[in-house]
Structures are given as structure tokens and as C-alpha cells.
Design a protein around this ligand. Structure first.
Ligand code: NAP
Length: 283
């Protein structure tokens, strides 16, 4: 397929490279042009604007940081969209923003799919993401090949907004788990237990998790190279809590975890991995 890829951050670069490796023709664009280099070196053509990229492609994938960024990119892309084209936003945003993007896209005659992903930098590199799709089912059908290239699973969840909500629920759970994990590591250290032994104990029991196994050793070593930037995890906690507010759903655990991420952001951890929430707990 001819695929435009907008957004070359931690996730966008490996996703676009996997599309190229699978034989798709990729037209790439990023707000800051320099960031497209690894995708261009892998064989993509760089477009001068988001709309130029969309105009050249059958389907456009978008992977940018925040609801504001995703909306700005959709507005910039609009002139390149028309009937017969598809626009798939895989950024993590709230349902309202996704509906606004859907309206912009559909006003051109193009089809829209929201498809936020579960999985981080390594699953993006390995083509092992999980896509949480919603919107135009015909476009979902047309996107099977690229979704299978970039991911290990994909779900169709119905109306626009349902994919966004599923993603926020998942990341709210993840952020709360990481907060509790950081407290456990800190408490074990404070009472003279070896945190590496704690990791072993956790790995053998019912609370074993790939996330604890992956992040635990680097957290104990005080290393927080970003796979999932902490500022994005706090954005997702904020959006999940806003969703719960609308539904009058209490979320005391997530709200407490969110306070830790906010403290970590205030302390300058925005661009470190979200596991750097450990620093806020230790302080
Ligand atoms: P990232 O490395 O911070 O990259 C963010 C991208 O957004 C960059 O390409 C950036 O362009 C672009 N951007 C930011 N503001 C923009 C604007 N106003 N207009 C146009 N482009 C803009 O983020 P990431 O880790 O790849 O994450 C991208 C999205 O995926 C986020 O929604 C995140 O929550 C979600 N996600 C991330 C992970 C993960 O583990 N990293 C996992 C699942 C989902 P510039 O280069 O110009 O700044």
C-alpha cells in the first residue's frame, strides 16, 4: 500500500520502518523535519507537509504526542484527504478529541479509524503492538495488512471513542501498577530487603508481570532511558481520570498515582521513562 506516516517519535519511527520492511511505500512527515531521518534512510520519501503526505497516500497513519498535537495534525492534513482515502490516528487521545478528528477527516469524504496502541518502544520495534480500533469498519478491513505488520493483535471496538477509552483504561491500570511497584521497591530498600530479591519473589508469584520484569532491573539500577516518556503517562492518567469524572466513577488509586506522576514532572522527569516515578516516591 501507499502509506503516509505522520509523527516520527519513539513509536512512529519503528512503526514506519516496519511498514517499509514489509514492502509498503511510505511517505513520511514530522513537524521537526530532522526526526524523519531514520525512516528516510530506511527508504521512505519525505513530504514537505502533512497534507502533501496524505495526498500521496491511500492510507495515513498518525502517531503524535497529545490530543492538541493530534488535532493540529488532522487540521494540517485535511487538504490532502478526499473520498477513497483513509486516516488512522494511533496516538493516545481522549474520546472527544478523537470525535473531533473523525469529523475533520469525514468532512473530506475520507474514512477514519482511531487505533491507539498498547505496547511500548520494543513491541513497536518487534511489530508486536496491540491496536484498539474504532470508527469506520470498512477502513479497518482495508488496514489489515499494515495492522498485522505493526502489531500482534488488533481489536475492532465499535464507534469512534471506544478505542480511545479502552486505551485510557489500560494505561490507567498500568500507571497505577507502576506507582505501587515504585512504592514496593522503595519500601523494601528502606527495610533492608534486597530490591533485586523482591523482583525474583514477584516474578514467581501471581503478580508477576512482563512490565515488572522489564522495568525492575533498570529501576533498581537508577536508569530511566525513555521507552514511554513520563509526561505521556501523566497525560494518560489525566485523561483517564477526566473520563471517570464524566461518569462519576471514583478512582482513588489512579488519582493517588497521578499525584506521583505530577510530582515527578515538576521535578524534571518529563522526558525520562515513566518508571522514573520511582524518583518521586524515593524523594
Ligand atoms: P514522542 O517520542 O514524544 O513523539 C511525539 C511526536 O509528536 C513527535 O513526532 C513530535 O514531533 C510530535 N508532535 C508533538 N507535538 C506536535 C504538534 N503540535 N504538531 C505536530 N506534531 C507534534 O512520543 P511517543 O512515545 O512516540 O508517543 C506518541 C503517542 O503514542 C503518544 O500519544 C503516546 O501517549 C502514545 N504511546 C506511546 C507509547 C510509548 O511507549 N512510547 C506506547 C503507546 C502509546 P516533533 O519531533 O516535531 O516534536
Amino acid at each position: 500500500m501507499k502509506i503516509a506516516f505522520l509523527g516520527c517519535g519513539i513509536m512512529g519511527v519503528p512503526m514506519a520502518k516496519n511498514l517499509l520492511n514489509a514492502g509498503h511505500e511510505v511517505i513520511v512527515w514530522n513537524r521537526t523535519s530532522a526526526a524523519t531521518a531514520p525512516v528516510v534512510e530506511a527508504g521512505a520519501r519525505e513530504a514537505k507537509s502533512a497534507s502533501e503526505a496524505c495526498a500521496a497516500a491511500e492510507v495515513t497513519f498518525v502517531m503524535v504526542s497529545t490530543p492538541e498535537a493530534a488535532l493540529a495534525v488532522a487540521r494540517a492534513a485535511k487538504d490532502g484527504l478526499s473520498a477513497g482515502k483513509g486516516y488512522v490516528d494511533v496516538s493516545t487521545v481522549d474520546a472527544k478529541t478523537s470525535s473531533e478528528i473523525a469529523a475533520i477527516v469525514r468532512s473530506t469524504g475520507a474514512e477514519f479509524l482511531e487505533a491507539p496502541v498498547s505496547g511500548s518502544k520494543k513491541p513497536a520495534e518487534d511489530g508486536a503492538l496491540i491496536f484498539l480500533c474504532a470508527g469506520d469498519e470498512a477502513l479497518y478491513g482495508r488496514c489489515q495488512a499494515p495492522l498485522e505488520t505493526m502489531g500482534k493483535a488488533h481489536f475492532f471496538l465499535g464507534e469512534v471513542g471506544q478505542g480511545a477509552k479502552m486505551k485510557l483504561v489500560v494505561n490507567m491500570i498500568m500507571g497505577s501498577m507502576m506507582g505501587a511497584f515504585a512504592e514496593g521497591l522503595t519500601l523494601s530498600e528502606k527495610c533492608d530487603l534486597d530490591p533485586d530479591t523482591l523482583l525474583q519473589v514477584i516474578s514467581l508469584g501471581a503478580i508477576a508481570s512482563p512490565m515488572f520484569a522489564l522495568k525492575g532491573p533498570s529501576m533498581n539500577a537508577g536508569k530511566f532511558a525513555p521507552a514511554f516518556p513520563l509526561k505521556h503517562q501523566q497525560k494518560d492518567m489525566r485523561l483517564a481520570i477526566a473520563l471517570a469524572d464524566e461518569l462519576a466513577q471514583e478512582m482513588p488509586v489512579a488519582a493517588a498515582a497521578n499525584e506521583l506522576y505530577k510530582r515527578a514532572r515538576r521535578d524534571g522527569c518529563d522526558d525520562e521513562d515513566f518508571s522514573a516515578v520511582l524518583k518521586a516516591v524515593k524523594k
